[in-house]
Design a binder for this molecule. Sequence first.
Ligand code: ATP
Length: 305
Amino acid sequence: MTDTVIKINQLTKDYGKGRGIFDVDLDVHRGEVFGYVGTNGSGKTTTIRQIMGFVRPDKGQSSVLGYDSWKNATKIMQYVSYIPGEIAFPSLASGTDFLKLQAEYQGVTDFSYMNHVIELLQLDPTANLKRMSKGMKQKTAIVAALMADKEILVMDEPTTGLDPLMRDAFLNLVREEKEKGRTIFMSSHIFEEIEEVCDRVAMIKDGHIVDTLELWQLRHWKTKTFRIYFSSKEELARFTEAFRFVIGKKEAQLCCTVEMPVEETSHLFHILKDYQVSSLREEHLSLEQYFMQVYQKGANKNGKC
Ligand SMILES: Nc1ncnc2c1ncn2[C@@H]1O[C@H](COP(=O)(O)OP(=O)(O)OP(=O)(O)O)[C@@H](O)[C@H]1O
């Protein structure tokens, strides 16, 4: 039986004029990294604030470890490390002062993991809190959230403001946390990072969940797509006329794209022996491409997009 850590059921927060979230259903399982993607204003932060119990839902329910988010927000904080989308720092002199305050508040006495995170993110916490760059502030918020080593991590666009190197370092931290058995819920609009670290992903659009996907499905799709380059126009034409799974052709580049059921792959390789092929590469469907397809389908259905 799957152990559900975060359960969201018919959750609705209606801000009017179609803004908010509507009838959201989500289950986050113990030990998984769950990604939450959507364009600006699609409802990611609204959902996360509901999970944390900051806002009363208009309808439906969110619960964490069986505790109703709204009714037991304080209890939930015992189990959840939270990185908000926007951090409002108190007026303190330095990052160190802020981290000390956080440690006191969260009852942290062992600072070894905090120091590990500081080192990994190359943060100088002694800097003036007010003068910190966006990235430094984000790192400080990450350190503050992770220091308590709680079993659930809820993060609202945690890589905002981080440069690509630091983003990689952060994703390594996420992997470390997953290794430790943590359950992680993170929102993002950067598809690559969700693709890199998440087990499952939900896509939200205009406040509605439009799809939920297990990331391994992207790698083990029922169809395979290849781009094949030929030595001449004649060879390209001969192939495209003969092979029924061709979905596109670029004469100038002497290449075509084929998309076919996985079980046809060996057949393709077999017939290619009769052609002069200069190169062949498999095209993987990226999460972003998949997302665009889902959005497009949604648009066809409801006339939006
Ligand atoms: N307190 C509020 N009052 C009125 N409208 C709100 C409130 N909070 C959010 N909204 C609206 O609800 C919608 C969803 O906002 P939300 O912040 O959840 O989106 P998001 O997916 O997190 O966006 P982003 O990626 O830009 O951070 C937006 O149209 C936003 O303007």
